[in-house]
Design a protein around this ligand. Structure first.
Ligand SMILES: O=C(O)CCC(=O)C(=O)O
Ligand SMILES: [Fe+2]
Length: 271
């Protein structure tokens, strides 16, 4: 894997705090058209779950070609390693003129270990506000919920809609809260979702050339207004995930996590 395709430490820190990264107009027009055609054909085909991604997804399938682009493989490699497993996909469709949005939910948050899956959200056509770009709640990925547990909520401070141009690709932590939006246009809205499971320990898989600079530290301290008084607990979550990803067991921002590691129950030795 050529380093130039890998994520930087700054992007990884942003992913840890926000739970997603978005790459606008990232996929070439020719592939966007091929993907749109196959979504419209309703003849997408099936892939075998739990198989290595490129074994499951044929090379000549439009989405097989998209996820083999070196720029996309670089993102995949940085977050879940070189040979992840294909978990599942969905061609999420919002019909023309659909007035209702979806309940806020999390997709299968069954595995509660620190290691994480990624979900790609791919938009093959322009997705303006009235068409309903998927809405997410940045920073929500550490709040482990069961499907529509949170469905009674309508809006959150800091919610974000993927209102975007054709070819936009977002990559999201599997814990992210999200929901589809209404589609007030005369065209069907497609969002292709792909979930991948890591097969290697997620340890410094990105381009670490900027690690020593420390410029990425600020991104890890980011919090959102919806967190209210619990924002400090979320910073501790960021630190814990960063220790896991970087292998730096002593990593801290300020004194947040080190404070919890102070062991006052140690007894004084008799002198
Ligand atoms: O269609 C979308 O924008 C999201 C759909 C979704 O998240 C789901 O059905 O699980
Ligand atoms: Fe979902």
């Amino acid at each position: 894997m050529d380093k130039k395709y890998l994520l930087t430490t700054g992007q990884m820190a942003q992913f840890v705090a926000d739970g997603f990264l978005c790459f606008d107009e990232f996929i070439p027009a020719e592939l966007n058209k091929a993907a749109h055609d196959v979504f419209e054909s309703k003849n997408f085909g099936r892939f075998k779950q739990g198989k290595p991604l490129f074994e499951a997804m044929p090379e000549d399938h439009p989405v097989g070609r998209i996820f083999r682009l070196p720029e996309v493989q670089g993102i995949t490699h940085s977050l879940v390693g070189p040979d992840p497993l294909y978990d599942h996909h969905a061609v999420h469709t919002v019909p023309a003129g659909q007035k209702h949005g979806q309940h806020w939910h999390g997709d299968a948050i069954i595995d509660t270990r620190t290691h994480f899956d990624i979900q790609y959200f791919y938009f093959c056509h322009d997705t303006p506000l009235e068409m309903g770009g998927t809405m997410i709640l940045p920073g929500s990925h550490f709040r482990q919920i069961n499907t529509v547990d949170i469905g009674r909520y309508q809006n959150f401070m800091g919610q974000h809609k993927f209102v975007c141009k054709a070819g936009t690709l977002a990559v999201v932590h599997h814990g992210m809260w999200h929901c589809a939006q209404p589609n007030r246009t005369a065209d069907t809205r497609y969002m292709f979702k792909l979930r991948l499971n890591p097969m290697v320990r997620q340890l410094r898989l990105w381009n670490t050339d900027d690690y020593e600079s420390g410029d990425w530290r600020g991104a890890l301290g980011k919090t959102y207004r919806w967190m209210g008084n619990e924002d400090r607990l979320e910073v501790v979550n960021h630190i814990k995930l960063w220790r896991f990803l970087s292998g730096d067991k002593k990593f801290d921002l300020g004194y947040w996590l080190s404070r919890l590691e102070n062991m006052p129950e140690n007894l004084l030795e008799a002198s």
